[in-house]
Design a protein around this ligand. Structure first.
Ligand code: GDP
Ligand code: MG
Length: 189
């Protein structure tokens, strides 16, 4: 019997860093980049299944995409509940958005203190090379210091968008297998 796991993935980062674009491009198999900018007003949820290589199993990702400001206003506390994994996004042309990453991450972890949570840091908008202010090294160093895996992408050019999602699904799956193995070794299954 194939196993399909469910995982709630919260996508955080400052407004306009590209969270909605990333989720939508990934969700639509890279065929869709929203051309008109619309500020997200509440919480959007997108679901997509990722198959785990060399197995019949899959992870269904429930991606929670939000608007930055509402979250800090505590308007949607449920947003944070039962989080399995986190995506922190910044705009590589915005120092402010990069500096906010730590605060976003702290918030997610604070709301889910007992969860072993795979996470990624995404530098988005790398197509705007001339305007880039956060170097790959700065991004990678910060990610390493926070126990996150670092990725770069351009939602606009549809480059590198899938990799972080696949990485998270796989990490989640590995954690699940480890737990199952532990239960078995303890004779609990
Ligand atoms: P959110 O507020 O974090 O959800 O950000 P959005 O996904 O709404 O994107 C904010 C703006 O940045 C929009 O005008 C997008 O078209 C634009 N944008 C998103 N990703 C990229 C990217 O990779 N490159 C460029 N150049 N623009 C992007
Ligand atoms: Mg948005």
């Amino acid at each position: 019997m194939p196993t399909v796991l469910r995982a709630k993935c919260v996508v955080v980062g400052d407004s306009t860093s590209g969270k909605s674009s990333l989720c939508q491009v990934f969700h639509s198999d890279s065929s869709f980049f929203p051309k008109n900018y619309t500020m997200t007003t509440g919480v959007d949820m997108l679901v997509k299944q990722v198959n785990i290589p060399d197995t019949k199993d899959g992870v269904e990702l429930y991606m929670y995409d939000s608007a930055g400001k509402e979250l800090f206003a505590e308007l949607v506390p449920k947003f944070w509940e039962h989080t399995s994994m986190v995506i922190v996004v910044y705009d590589a042309t915005s120092e402010t958005s990069f500096n906010s990453c730590e605060k976003w991450l702290r918030r997610v972890r604070q709301e889910n203190p007992d969860v072993q949570m795979p996470g990624v840091l995404i530098a988005n908008k790398i197509d705007l090379d001339q305007r880039r202010v956060i170097s790959p090294k700065m991004g990678a160093d910060f990610a390493a210091s926070q126990g996150l895996k670092y990725f770069e992408c351009s939602a606009k050019e549809m480059q590198g968008v899938d990799a972080p999602f696949y990485y998270l699904a796989n990490e989640f799956y590995v954690l699940y297998r480890e737990k199952m193995d532990l239960f078995k070794s303890l004779g609990m299954q």
